[in-house]
Design a protein around this ligand. Structure first.
Ligand code: SF4
Length: 277
């Protein structure tokens, strides 16, 4: 899971990992192999790393039928021998995401938002990937449909042994699907831990504020909210020192001068804050 406010750089990071955007610095490792130095991602690696986009309305070609949208990757990568096999495979992917063959010859505008996103997932699955970036994959959907798509993604994860990078601004959504969660602010990872540890023992003031902003049913808990003051700074000109210091209620003098490193504060729990021990 990767969580943070709008403009924190989550989508950029997801696309950089897939090399859809070239990194200016840093390294990307896939299965222990550095892929940031490879000139061009080859077809085999591209098949293994897929993406489900945020907006199901604009991520599907409006003039292509569902059959062609899901089938184009299969054809490009020569994964089917003939039309009959192609249709059979597309039908099986539609079934996997809870849709039937009656959708094969429909256009995206004939589907609901949830169905469109299911087609996006089927398209990503069609190439037999190992890693999928789900970029705000449920944000544009109604809450009830969100739950269905999250359940579907969880089932597929188990069935195919998939790894997701699940990007969302919604901590509740990330919590439901993630094993490990990273919190991002102005392009920097502030905290990373197992989902349980992050939610139960969050240490970074930004994570604590984000968690406190989740609406609670209990009226007493509503009063414990930490409201972040000030605007998110311009990412092109981030503050010196700790990038969060302009909004942090715990900031000390050192925070204005020195950027904290991401350090392992306890097993598999990393925090970038001068006060974390
Ligand atoms: Fe706040 Fe300082 Fe920690 Fe940054 S380093 S989160 S400003 S206390």
């Amino acid at each position: 899971g990767l969580v943070g406010e709008s403009g924190s750089g989550k989508t950029t990071l997801g696309r950089i990992i897939l090399r859809l955007i070239e990194p200016t610095s840093g390294s990307i490792f896939y299965n222990g192999k550095e892929i940031s130095k490879i000139k061009k991602i080859d077809k085999n690696l591209r098949k293994k790393m897929q993406i489900v986009f945020q907006d199901p309305y604009s991520s599907l070609h409006p003039r292509k039928k569902i059959k062609d949208i899901i089938g184009s990757g299969l054809k490009t990568h020569h994964m089917v021998k003939n039309e009959e096999e192609l249709i059979g495979k597309i039908e099986s992917f539609l079934n996997l995401v809870g849709m039937g063959k009656e959708h094969l010859y429909r256009y995206p505008h004939e589907l609901s938002g949830g169905q469109k996103q299911r087609v996006g997932i089927a398209r990503a699955l069609s190439l037999n990937p190992k890693f999928i970036v789900c970029d705000e994959a449920v944000s544009a959907l109604d809450v009830s449909v969100q739950a269905q798509v999250i359940n579907l993604l969880s089932d597929l994860k188990k069935e195919f042994g998939l790894t997701y990078l699940f990007i969302s601004h919604n901590l509740n959504v990330v919590y439901q699907i993630s094993d490990r969660v990273a919190v991002m602010y102005l392009g920097k990872i502030m905290e990373i831990a197992s989902y349980k540890d992050l939610y139960e023992n969050s240490m970074h003031p930004y994570t604590v504020a984000l968690l406190s902003s989740i609406p609670q049913i209990d009226a007493e808990d509503q009063g414990n909210k930490i409201l972040l003051s000030g605007e998110v700074p311009n990412p092109a000109e981030p503050p010196k020192g700790c990038k969060f210091h302009t909004r942090c209620s715990k900031a000390i003098e050192k925070c204005h001068i020195e950027a904290p490193q991401l350090i392992e504060v306890r097993k598999d729990h990393f925090v970038a804050c001068h006060l974390a021990k």
